[in-house]
Design a protein around this ligand. Structure first.
Ligand SMILES: NC(=O)c1ccc[n+]([C@@H]2O[C@H](COP(=O)([O-])OP(=O)(O)OC[C@H]3O[C@@H](n4cnc5c(N)ncnc54)[C@H](OP(=O)(O)O)[C@@H]3O)[C@@H](O)[C@H]2O)c1
Length: 254
């Protein structure tokens, strides 16, 4: 089957493209850098010709809730209109566990809009809500560090390896649409401050971490709001294994 990967050049998308190939399907990459724009629709009809399923792992830098809702709402309607014209039979959207329990996060507002438009759209859809990725703590440190100090919220998360997630997304794309939401998570609950500390240690980087709810992640994300429900599919790779084996952490270098 031909599977279109929307955002196929991104962090998640590159792994999804690999997983599509590994399962014997043919990937079609959709991104502006290959001439296809999900906001204007440029190149979409051509890209979706002969495609059986779409996996949407696109993303956009979005400063506020309105911009995030506008991006994900417009992109999803544009993709689905073209998908319906092309006769695509399954649309798979990557979303995030717990977005319905956190009102104040702009990115989550955009993701709620994306889910809403996709599930109400003309193509049978499955929303796959995943937990945070193993490199999430490193990303948050990167966004938050000023003069060697990073305030980090002590979030409880159950992080997942991106290749594990990519494999689940491709498997789901090859099955019958659910018409709703499924969850996928990594195997163990972790604390984001501890994840940040361990990531910095393996990378040999020094940043002073200050546990705090005053930054980008507020106290409405405390407790178990980001953790998956009991029906979630559990992916195998632990954070510990990722720390020891991922090239981003120096694994495999001389
Ligand atoms: N990080 C986490 O812990 C986590 C957890 C769960 C779910 N997620 C979700 O994962 C998704 C993917 O994130 P990511 O970090 O992998 O994204 P990313 O690396 O920023 O990649 C974004 C992709 O979207 C494409 N794109 C952006 N605007 C486009 C446009 N107008 N037309 C066509 N393509 C466009 C980009 O290609 P061009 O720039 O070439 O257009 C790129 O391929 C996000 O939606 C996020 O909510 C993330």
């Amino acid at each position: 089957m031909k599977i279109a990967v929307v955002g196929g050049t991104g962090l998640t998308g590159r792994e999804v493209v690999r997983a599509v190939e590994a399962r014997g399907h043919e990937p079609v990459v959709i991104a502006r850098s290959v001439g296809v724009d999900i906001i204007t629709g440029e190149g979409l009809d051509d890209a979706l010709r002969g495609v059986g399923a779409i996996i949407d792992v696109s993303n956009a830098p979005t400063a506020d809730s309105e911009a995030a809702r506008a991006f994900f709402g417009t992109a999803t309607s544009t993709i689905l209109a073209a998908a319906a014209r092309a006769g695509v039979s399954h649309h798979v959207v990557l979303s995030i566990v717990g977005i319905d329990r956190v009102a104040g996060n702009p990115h989550y507002a955009g993701k709620r809009r994306q889910e809403e438009v996709a599930l109400a759209g003309p193509v049978p859809t499955t929303v796959v809500r995943a937990t945070q990725f193993h490199d999430f703590a490193a990303m948050v440190v990167n966004w938050s560090t000023t003069d060697g100090v990073a305030p980090i919220a002590p979030l409880l998360v159950q992080p997942i390896a991106v290749p594990d997630l990519a494999d689940v997304l491709v498997e789901v794309a090859g099955q019958a649409p659910v018409g709703g939401i499924v969850e996928v998570a990594g195997p163990k609950t972790e604390d984001l401050v501890d994840m940040a500390r361990r990531t910095l240690a393996v990378r040999g980087e020094t940043v002073e971490l200050v546990p705090s709810w005053q930054g980008r992640f507020t106290v409405e994300m405390a407790g178990e709001v980001l953790l998956p429900g009991p029906a979630a599919r559990i992916a195998p790779t632990t954070f510990e294994k990722w720390l020891a084996t991922d090239p981003a952490n120096g694994a495999g270098s001389a």
